[in-house]
Design a protein around this ligand. Structure first.
Ligand code: PMP
Length: 426
């Protein structure tokens, strides 16, 4: 495929935008080469500025679970836009989306909308600190909770892809309140909690991690975390920005059968428009301004276009929950197909998958935490990524990212993907 125009557009963008992109992972730094500039997208396909058609496994990093330009979402946004794009005043649709989201998730009483996953996680931690009166939090190496200061401590996703999991610009004062544990290591968490007894506000975790590839927690680890938090009066925050409304109506809380104290959302809940949210039971949420002392706000929060996209998306998922099974079936089919080809080619690999999240790691040991994920061979990954891209398959441009399947993908698309892999020489 030819990517001439994309390269020219990238060169132009670099003159005016740092690195030519407005979010680092898009820049292809980990895999080399120039990023693809999108012209439009429909269903499972991207159409780029050079006229190529690509099968998309990112779906805007998760939100477009039913495919690009999904008609009910587009219609809702277009209709809403006719009546004004922002008011900074309450609108009925905010309550409609809040009511629906809460009804789909088992144990949340109230939800507040923000504009991104970053804001959701940042606000959730502030709320946890305000509610408990404690300062410290525990996060897990390789988990990404957005780019707010407290989380850029051994962060996953682009932060690790670009070698800055601990970013300059985060003060020592902030960093000292974020303690670090290893994913799937309950004993390590217990030690940290014991060493900081009475000082912890929250433990924040991606309940199924997606920012160091897809990593599934062991049952005992998650149950143990829940018990520990309850015993010690620490709030358990599930960052469901990726998993929320993707794995099931009730997200990871439902599929893992674990209840968190605060849950953050992003991606699917906004149907492809900028929306994040955080939710909890009433006694916690009532700590927020204007009723409570913890301040949190946003000029465009609850924006009518964003709310209408989210409402259309969640309505579809609520009415057709079989979509979650359909997606998981497709991911399993892809998993088996990729595994078979790589095995036949004698390429050492691991594939991790949960529901419609999946990642391929070129390493011989199981990938269960950040350290094992980081052992993946990036040279093999580059061959894989570019080999697929040349054949019109758009995968995440870093081994630390998970694929997000969308339900517009057909089994023919999955077969085309597996066949493309067959042609690659490793
Ligand atoms: N939490 C998780 C688990 C994420 O994957 C992301 C983004 N990929 C975020 C938070 C931050 O969301 P946003 O990029 O919308 O700020």
């Amino acid at each position: 495929m030819i990517y001439q125009r994309s390269s020219a557009l990238f060169a132009e963008a670099k003159k005016y935008i740092p690195g030519g992109v407005n979010s680092p992972v898009r820049a292809f730094k980990a895999v080399g080469g120039d990023p693809i500039f999108v012209k439009k997208a429909k269903g499972a396909y991207l159409y780029d500025e050079d006229g190529n058609k690509l099968i998309d496994y990112i779906a805007s990093w998760g939100p477009l679970i039913l495919g690009h330009a999904y008609e009910p979402v587009i219609n809702a946004v277009v209709e809403k836009a006719q009546n004004g794009t922002s008011f900074g005043m309450p609108t009925e649709i905010e309550t409609e989306l809040a009511k629906l989201a809460i009804s789909m998730v088992p144990n949340m009483d109230k939800i507040r909308f923000v504009n991104s996953g970053t804001e959701a996680c940042m606000s959730a931690v502030r709320l946890a600190r305000g509610f408990t009166g404690k300062d410290k939090i525990i996060k897990f190496a390789g988990c990404y909770h957005g780019h707010s200061d407290s989380f850029l401590i051994q962060a996953g996703s682009g932060a690790v892809t670009f070698g800055s999991p601990n970013s300059p610009g985060v003060t020592q004062g902030t960093a000292k309140d974020t303690l670090l544990a290893d994913y799937n290591d309950l004993a390590g968490v217990k030690e940290l909690v014991a060493a900081n007894k009475g000082e912890l506000a929250a433990i924040i975790i991606e309940p199924i991690a997606g920012n160091m590839g897809c990593i599934v927690p062991s049952d005992s680890f998650m149950k143990g975390l829940r018990e520990l938090c309850t015993q010690e009066g620490i709030l358990l925050i599930f960052d469901e920005v990726m998993t929320g409304f993707r794995l099931a109506k009730g997200g990871a809380q439902e599929v893992l059968d674990i209840k968190a104290d605060i849950v953050t959302y992003g991606k699917v809940i906004g149907g492809g428009l900028p929306v994040g949210a955080f939710a909890a039971r009433t006694e916690i949420m009532d700590f927020l301004a204007p009723d409570g002392p913890v301040y949190q706000a946003g000029t465009l929060s609850g924006n009518p276009l964003a709310m209408s996209a989210g409402l259309a998306m969640l309505t579809e998922l609520n009415n057709n929950p079989e979509v979650f099974k359909s997606l998981a079936d497709k991911a399993e089919y892809l998993h088996k197909g990729i595994a078979k080809v790589l095995t036949e080619k004698k390429v050492t690999h691991q594939i991790n998958r949960y529901g419609s999240m999946i990642s391929v790691h070129f390493t011989d040991a199981p990938v269960i935490d950040f350290a094992s994920s980081a052992k993946g061979n990036n040279e093999t990954f580059k061959k894989y990524f570019h080999g697929m891209l040349e054949r019109g398959i758009y995968l995440p441009p870093s081994a630390f990212e998970s694929y997000f399947l969308n339900d517009a993908l057909s089994y023919e698309d999955l077969d085309a993907t597996i066949n493309a892999l067959k042609e690659i020489e490793f």
